[in-house]
Ligand binder design. Structure first.
Ligand code: SAH
Ligand code: MG
Length: 214
């Protein structure tokens, strides 16, 4: 028998619908925003990793409508904090309202504007985080990774979405700035001695790394 489901779809179909996250998806569609929230299996993985690592403080780069924000903040303990960097005020507004609807509004703070500027400010304040999720403009992934390392507590975990760029990353004919940046980012995850990394090839690719303890 020919299977017409992809492996991603097969596994996705095993899970009950998540009403909270379905609502976020609908709100993004209604607002005419791009439907590029993190894949549902990776959302579950983020929740699991935050919980396993007992992270108290999370930095997200790229909020969109709050889908990944909910996945991350769900696993925070009482008093835990999510700081989320988002370029667009209206996206941050929708993300905030979705976080509030999910009962997580008191855990999140949105810093609106270019993430590079917010990162500089956080570094100036000597902020520190246990967990990072990089998911904004792809050209800046190598830069974001360097900045996250500066903001990381010992043993912190870094996750980054879309490492395959819908296949462009592994297509030699593609040589645009986002693709070149993503290839460099992927090499850093694999080879940088400050990191212990792994690449997951499901969906659009996810990178995970732990800051190698000194
Ligand atoms: N993490 C979200 C999806 C993020 S989509 C989720 O899975 O639910 C990428 C987001 O990055 C968009 O909301 C976009 O506005 C934001 N973004 C793009 N460039 C940015 C920049 N320079 N600084 C901060 N955010 C940026
Ligand atoms: Mg993404």
């Amino acid at each position: 028998m020919v299977m017409d489901l992809s492996p991603d779809q097969y596994f996705d179909n095993l899970y009950a619908k998540d009403e909270e996250l379905e609502r976020v998806g609908a709100s993004i569609r209604e607002a005419g925003m791009p439907e590029i929230s993190v894949a549902q299996g990776y959302g579950r993985l983020l929740t699991l990793l935050v919980s396993l690592s007992r992270s108290n403080s999370i930095l997200e780069i790229g909020a969109l409508g709050g889908y990944s924000g909910i996945c991350l903040a769900r696993a925070l303990p009482a008093g835990g904090r999510l700081v989320s960097l988002e370029l667009k005020q209206d996206y941050a507004n929708l993300a905030r309202s979705n976080m509030e609807e999910a009962g997580l509004g008191q855990k999140v703070e949105y810093l609106v504007g270019d993430a590079s500027i917010s990162l500089d400010k956080l570094i100036g304040q000597e902020a520190r985080f246990d967990f990072f999720f990089i998911d904004a403009d792809k050209e800046n992934y190598p830069h974001y990774l360097e900045e996250c390392i500066k903001l990381a507590n010992d043993g912190a975990i870094i996750a980054a979405d879309n490492t395959l760029l819908h296949g462009k990353t592994i297509d030699d004919l593609k040589q645009g700035p986002s693709v070149l940046a993503m290839r460099r980012f992927n090499r850093m995850i694999a080879q940088d001695p400050r990191l212990t990394g792994v690449h997951l090839p499901a969906y659009d690719g996810l990178a995970l790394a732990r800051i190698t303890p000194k």
